[in-house]
Write a protein that binds this ligand. Structure first.
Ligand SMILES: C[S@@+](CC[C@H](N)C(=O)[O-])C[C@H]1O[C@@H](n2cnc3c(N)ncnc32)[C@H](O)[C@@H]1O
Length: 348
């Protein structure tokens, strides 16, 4: 009811939520945009957050007009009144970069995934080395690959969603310039030429548990137990991972009394590897099924998960590497978890 009234008000006020992807700037325009955004964010962080984190309209002050003309020219904001603009994207300031993603109000299945705790934790903790050829599956906005590219020899990244790749190209162009980032379109390893192997493979895959009869956002539809995409990628991973390569995944996974299903899947896919598992969070299964509680298929879906003994969901980062002592070690790095929350919780 409230949502319906909100939608009507938005329509009456001419507010839209479905915008084209932002326009990729050339190097000169990117430098201007970046310095304008950096200054404005540093001077007025609350106004910045109002429009680019919380998605609210903003009354543009005289001193801000030149910046907002540039932002509008690149499709980051839209004018809805003589001096009022609304955001077309979310724009996350992260360690010297600005990363654009879709607004949460975009309802189309191709919505480009927002930033939250998981990307902050991933970019702070992933193991990317100067000589690495890196592959990121499911690149989304490009956030992880852009930070990986600051450290690695090469980064190749792919996504099935052309809109995500358009955002990744925008974020790459906005800079500051990283080592080259190669962006490919397709499903999982499909667009990677045969014979190529990588020193590390990174992924933050779709992870939500979605009843089989429901359609959901591409960025989060992990099938009934949330692990459909993970199973597919693990099947081909050994072909693309260098002999001494490392695999790194951050995601939610269903768990039974015996532990997280993901840990067993990764261990089986990479025998001879040692798994370091960072346990980042845990919650009862019910907490993750909220969006589907009204679905006519909910009870049957819930019963199928219960029959498999799934009671919880765990959030984890797993790092694997070949080892003379394969096995699993589980840690909960509290200080790092708090540090990542310290930044990302301001985005909720
Ligand atoms: C959870 S989002 C992560 C995005 C980004 N890596 C991040 O950390 O913000 C998952 C991404 O997987 C992509 N995706 C879904 N199915 C895919 C597939 N079969 N092959 C490649 N990408 C896929 C979605 O379009 C989405 O961008």
């Amino acid at each position: 009811m409230l949502k319906g009234a909100r939608r009507t008000l938005d329509l009456l006020l001419g507010r839209r939520s479905a915008f084209p992807a932002p326009t990729t700037p050339d190097a000169e325009a990117a430098a201007l945009l970046r310095s304008g955004l950096s200054d404005w964010h540093a001077r007025t962080p609350a106004r910045y957050a109002r429009i680019f984190i919380y998605g609210k309209p903003l009354f543009v002050q005289r001193s801000e007009r030149a910046l907002f003309d540039q932002l509008a020219a690149h499709g980051l904001v839209e004018r809805i009144g003589p001096s009022v603009v609304q955001p077309c994207v979310r724009l996350f300031p992260l360690y010297g970069r600005f990363i654009a993603t879709d607004l949460l109000s975009r309802k189309e299945p191709d919505q480009v995934f927002s930033l939250m705790f998981e990307q902050v934790y991933f970019v702070r903790n992933f193991d990317v080395r100067p000589d690495d050829a890196v592959l990121e599956l499911c690149v989304g906005s490009g956030v992880n690959s852009l930070f990986a590219a600051d450290a690695a020899r090469t980064v190749t990244a792919l996504d099935i969603n052309p809109r995500a790749l358009a955002f990744a190209r925008f974020n790459q162009a906005l800079g500051p310039a990283p080592h080259p980032l190669e962006l490919l379109e397709g499903s999982l390893f499909e667009p990677v030429p045969g014979g190529r192997t990588f020193d590390t493979v990174l992924v933050n895959p779709p992870f939500e548990l979605v009843p089989e009869d429901e359609t959901w956002f591409l960025h989060s539809d992990g099938g009934e137990d949330g692990l459909d995409i993970v199973r597919l990628l693990l099947a081909d991973l050994p072909t693309y991972l260098a002999e001494d390569g490392r695999f790194q995944i951050i995601t939610w996974t269903p768990a039974t009394a015996d532990g997280a299903l993901l840990v067993d899947l990764v261990r089986d896919a990479l025998p001879g590897h040692r798994l370091s598992v960072h346990l980042l969070d845990a919650a009862p299964l019910e907490d993750h099924l909220g969006p589907f509680r009204e679905s006519p298929h909910y009870e049957a879906f819930r019963a199928r998960l219960a029959a498999r003994g799934i009671t919880d969901v765990h959030f984890m980062y797993i790092h694997t590497a070949p080892s003379a002592a394969p096995g699993v070690e589980i840690v909960a790095p509290r200080a790092e978890i708090e540090a990542a929350h310290g930044l990302a919780d301001g985005w909720i």
